[in-house]
Design a protein around this ligand. Structure first.
Ligand SMILES: *[C@@H]1O[C@H](CO)[C@@H](O)[C@H](O)[C@H]1NC(C)=O
Ligand SMILES: *[C@@H]1O[C@H](CO)[C@@H](O)[C@H](O)[C@H]1NC(C)=O
Ligand SMILES: *[C@@H]1O[C@H](CO)[C@@H](O)[C@H](O)[C@H]1NC(C)=O
Ligand SMILES: *[C@@H]1O[C@H](CO)[C@@H](O)[C@H](O)[C@H]1NC(C)=O
Length: 516
C-alpha cells in the first residue's frame, strides 16, 4: 500500500490529481481514438477522466469513466447511408462537400446538448479542472469552460487549420499555407494561390457568421452566457495532431503545440493466423484498407471486380480489411473484418499500403516507413494525399478512377521504383527523431494548463485586437493619410511657387513691353 502511494506521488510531480473532461461527441472513430489515447495517458498518471463520446471502452480502465452519446452515432450512420458515399465517390473535392461537413458538425453539436446523461453532469456541481475538446467548428461548446469554471484545451484532430488558427491567433499566410480539405500543397502556382486566398477568405467569412449564429443559439440554451469572444479566452492552448514530417510546413504560435504521432502505440504480437499469413509472404504483401468511416463495403460491383483482378495479377500477397467476405476471391488475397493496423504496418514483409489517406493511417504508415497509394474521399484526406505525393512517398488514385488498369499501374510503379519506399523511410526518421515523445509532450502541456489554471502567459497579443487592427488596416490608413497630406502639401506649394514665378515673369514681360 505504502509503495503504491509513493509511486503515485512520484507520478504526480507536476500537479495534484485532477478531474479531466473529454468532449469527443463526433462519431469519427479516429477522433475518438486520439482522445482516448490522451485521456488514458492522463488516467494512468492518477487523474480522473470522463470521456463523452459514442464509443464506450470495451474493457474498463482505471480512473476512466464513459458518458455515451448514441444520438451522434445514429446521425452519422444516416448520413453515410443516405448521401455521403454517393457524393464522395464521384466528386471528392467539390465545395458542397465542405457544406455537408459543416451541416454535420452543426447537427451533432446540437445533439450533445440534448444528451441526458451529459446534461446531468453539467447541471450538477461536479468539479472539473480541465476540458479537452475535439474541435469541430463549434464555438457553443466553449460554454462548458464557464459552467465548470476551468480552462479548455482544443484537440485539432486534423492538424492545425483555419478553424483553430483564429482562436489562438495563429498566422497562416495564404501564399504558402494551403487550405486543409483542398487538394493543393504548399507549392502553389499563381492560380492556386488565388484559389487558396478565395477559399480561405470565404471560410473566414462563413465562420464569422457562424459565430454570430452561435451567440444566438448559446443564449437560447444558456440565457446569461457571455460572448463567444469572451469564452474563446478560456482556451489555454491547442494540441494539434500535426508534424512537419507529413504536413506542409507552417508557422505556429507558442500555444499551438504539435503532438502528431502521439497515438502510435507499441507494436504488439499479431493474431496467430494473420502472423502466419504475413510471415509466409516471402515476396512481400500489400495491405489494403479504406478506413473505418468509409467502409469498403460501399464500393460498387464494377470497382470491386477491378480491384480483385488487379490483385490477382500481382505477385504478392494481399491483406484486405473488409467487412464482408468475397466468394471466389483469388488465392493470394486474405480478407479480415478487423485488423490491428499498427502491427500490420510494422511487419517486415510489407511492401505498400493502399489507403483512403485518413490522417491517422497516414501517420502510422509514415511512422513505419511504408509508402502509400492514396484514394482520398473527403475532408483532410484530400490534402494528406497530395502532400504525400509532393513529398514523394505516395501515389494517388481518384476514387472515381478506380479500375484494374489504374491500380495495377500504380502498384507496379511503386514496386519497380525504390524512391517511394526510400522517401517513406526518410519521413519516418523525421517523425521519430524528436527530443521528447509526442505523447509525453501532450501530457506535459495538459498538466501545465492544470497547474497554472490556464495558459495566459502563452497567449498571443493578437487576441485582444480587432480584425482590422490585426491586419494593421488602421495603421495603413493612417500612414496613407499622412502620405496623401504630404503629397497634397507639396503639390500646393509647387503650384504656389509656379504661380508666383509665372506672375513675376508676366510682370517682367509687361515691363519689358512698356519699356519698348
Ligand atoms: C442539414 O442536415 C439536416 C439533417 O440531415 C437536414 O435536415 C438539413 O436540411 C441540412 N441543412 C442544410 C442547410 O443542408
Ligand atoms: C454549434 O452547436 C449549436 C448548439 O448545439 C448548434 O445549434 C449550432 O448550429 C452549431 N454550430 C456550428 C457552426 O457547428
Ligand atoms: C500573433 O498573431 C498574429 C496574427 O494573428 C501574428 O501576426 C503574430 O506573428 C503572432 N505573434 C507571435 C508572437 O506569434
Ligand atoms: C522513380 O520515381 C521518381 C519520382 O517519380 C522519378 O523521379 C525517377 O526518375 C523514377 N526512377 C526510375 C528508375 O524510374
Amino acid at each position: 500500500m505504502l509503495l503504491k502511494v509513493t509511486s503515485l506521488l512520484l507520478l504526480l510531480n507536476y500537479c495534484n490529481a485532477a478531474n479531466i473532461l473529454g468532449i469527443f461527441h463526433h462519431p469519427g472513430k479516429s477522433h475518438h481514438m486520439l482522445g482516448e489515447v490522451l485521456l488514458k495517458a492522463m488516467a494512468s498518471r492518477g487523474h480522473k477522466v470522463t470521456m463523452v463520446s459514442p464509443f464506450p471502452l470495451k474493457e474498463p480502465f482505471p480512473n476512466y469513466r464513459d458518458i455515451v452519446t448514441p444520438e451522434t452515432m445514429q446521425d452519422m450512420n444516416n448520413r453515410i447511408k443516405n448521401e455521403w458515399f454517393q457524393k464522395f465517390s464521384h466528386n471528392s473535392a467539390s465545395i458542397d462537400t465542405f457544406f455537408m461537413l459543416l451541416n454535420m458538425t452543426v447537427t451533432q453539436a446540437d445533439l450533445l446538448f440534448q444528451n441526458a446523461e451529459f446534461k446531468k453532469m453539467w447541471t450538477s456541481n461536479e468539479k472539473v479542472d480541465l476540458i479537452l475538446i475535439d474541435w469541430m467548428f463549434n464555438e457553443s461548446h466553449l460554454i462548458f469552460s464557464k459552467i465548470f469554471k476551468c480552462p479548455i484545451i482544443l484537440m485539432a484532430t486534423a492538424g492545425t487549420a483555419f478553424n483553430v488558427n483564429y482562436i489562438v491567433g495563429n498566422t497562416a499566410p495564404y501564399s504558402y499555407v494551403p487550405f486543409k480539405y483542398f487538394p493543393i500543397t504548399d507549392k502553389m502556382n499563381f492560380w492556386e494561390r488565388t484559389m487558396n486566398t478565395i477559399v480561405h477568405v470565404s471560410a473566414e467569412v462563413v465562420s464569422y457568421y457562424q459565430r454570430i449564429k452561435q451567440q444566438k443559439i448559446l443564449h437560447r440554451y444558456i440565457p446569461d452566457a457571455p460572448s463567444i469572444d469572451e469564452l474563446s479566452k478560456n482556451v489555454a492552448l491547442v494540441l494539434s495532431n500535426g508534424h512537419y514530417s507529413y504536413e506542409t510546413r507552417r508557422p505556429s504560435v507558442p500555444n499551438s503545440i504539435d503532438i502528431g504521432g502521439f497515438h502510435v502505440g507499441e507494436v504488439k504480437q499479431l493474431p496467430k493466423d494473420i502472423k502466419a499469413y504475413l510471415d509466409s509472404a516471402k515476396d512481400g504483401f500489400i495491405y489494403f484498407s479504406l478506413g473505418s468511416n468509409m467502409k469498403s463495403i460501399f464500393l460498387d460491383e464494377k470497382k470491386l471486380n477491378g480491384i480483385l483482378s488487379a490483385f490477382s495479377k500481382v505477385n504478392l500477397k494481399v491483406l484486405w480489411k473488409l467487412e464482408k467476405d468475397i466468394p471466389n476471391k483469388p488465392k493470394n488475397i486474405k480478407i479480415a473484418k478487423w485488423l490491428p493496423q499498427n502491427d500490420v504496418l510494422a511487419h517486415p514483409n510489407i511492401k505498400l499500403f493502399i489507403t483512403h489517406g485518413g490522417l491517422l493511417s497516414t501517420i502510422e504508415s509514415i511512422h513505419h516507413g511504408v509508402p502509400m497509394i492514396g484514394i482520398p474521399m473527403f475532408g483532410d484526406q484530400n490534402s494528406n494525399v497530395p502532400t504525400g505525393v509532393e513529398a514523394g512517398y505516395t501515389l494517388r488514385i481518384k476514387p472515381e478512377e478506380i479500375c484494374e488498369e489504374a491500380l495495377l499501374a500504380n502498384i507496379q510503379e511503386m514496386l519497380r521504383n525504390e524512391t517511394y519506399s526510400k522517401k517513406a523511410k526518410l519521413h519516418s526518421d523525421l517523425l521519430r527523431n524528436q527530443p521528447i515523445k509526442p505523447l509525453d509532450k501532450g501530457v506535459f502541456w495538459m498538466e501545465h494548463v492544470i497547474k497554472h489554471k490556464g495558459a495566459k502567459h502563452l497567449a498571443n497579443a493578437s487576441m485582444n485586437l480587432h480584425w482590422y487592427q490585426n491586419l494593421l488596416i488602421d495603421v495603413f490608413i493612417f500612414l496613407f493619410a499622412i502620405l496623401l497630406s504630404v503629397i497634397g502639401l507639396c503639390y500646393l506649394m509647387i503650384r504656389l511657387v509656379l504661380k508666383m514665378f509665372i506672375k513675376n515673369k508676366r510682370i517682367s514681360q509687361l515691363k519689358k513691353k512698356k519699356n519698348n
